[in-house]
Design a protein around this ligand. Structure first.
Ligand SMILES: C[S@@+](CC[C@H](N)C(=O)[O-])C[C@H]1O[C@@H](n2cnc3c(N)ncnc32)[C@H](O)[C@@H]1O
Length: 240
């Protein structure tokens, strides 16, 4: 009953939320934005219901990641874990052709807002996919979307369990071009939730390729971003 009430209430508020979100989008698009400003918008865009943009990131960490991604002049970016579209907003200013972002939740309500994120004059399109990244049919769907092309940057920020994040790495690493980047969120060991287990995979990956860590404070609980530079021979397999 509670879920039905919540859905109804969200539907009733939707037109107001949509009006507010598109007004915010217009303000955001009103002038060219620096990377710092884009990150600030990703964190503070606001809004409600489906028409909300937000990211739970530490500004210094996500800014350093965005700088690293910008440096490789990405054409195509793939993200696992869209949530409220905050990081997708950042990627949409960096990719020259395409951002593909996905989530377990149905993204159709967000589509009218999220697909308009790229700044004026950009040729980037945003594609939202709803589904489970671990489902082989979903992986095939991503492959169809890419139509044989590889992505420059893969951001893995979906299932944070050791098994889940490892599966995402193994199932999607072939989509990333040599010289591209694969980044993981929540790599620090001390985490607020026992299900945040990205650290285990990160520890295994670090000896296998060139990596960077963007961690605001070594003593922090949660967050931290790890970046793997994909070597010429492709992203490494995991030793048994
Ligand atoms: C931490 S949030 C992503 C935040 C977003 N990248 C940002 O920083 O703005 C993680 C998201 O991953 C999604 N997720 C979890 N497991 C998933 C899976 N197996 N496939 C696709 N999405 C998944 C969740 O629904 C959630 O919205």
């Amino acid at each position: 009953m509670n879920a039905v009430f919540k859905k109804l209430s969200r539907a009733l508020r939707h037109p107001f939320n949509a009006r507010y979100a598109f007004k915010r989008l217009k303000d955001y698009h009103a002038q060219p934005r620096s990377l710092d400003e884009v990150v600030d918008w990703a964190m503070n865009f606001g809004g409600g219901g489906y028409m909300r943009i937000k990211t739970l990131q530490i500004p210094s960490e996500i800014t350093r990641l965005a700088q690293a991604v910008r440096a490789i002049e990405p054409r195509i970016i793939l993200e696992i874990g869209a949530a409220s579209g905050g990081t997708a907003l950042i990627w949409s200013t960096l990719a020259s052709e395409r951002v593909i972002t996905c989530d377990l939740q149905d993204m159709s309500h967000q589509a009218p807002l999220f697909t308009r994120l790229p700044p004026p004059g950009s040729n980037c399109t945003v594609t939202l996919l709803s589904g489970d990244s671990h489902d082989p049919h979903f992986n095939a769907r991503v492959a169809r979307e890419l139509n044989g092309r590889q992505v420059d940057f893969l951001f893995i920020d979906g299932d944070h369990t050791e098994q889940g994040v490892t599966a995402d790495y193994l199932d999607y690493k072939e989509f990333v071009r040599p010289g591209g980047l694969i980044a993981f969120h929540d790599i620090v060991e001390r985490q607020p939730l026992p299900t945040n287990q990205v650290y285990h995979l990160w520890k295994r990956l670090k000896p296998l390729a060139a990596t960077e860590e963007f961690v605001n404070d070594p003593g922090q609980c949660g967050f931290g971003i790890g970046v793997l530079h994909v070597p010429e021979q492709g992203a490494p397999a995991l030793p048994a």
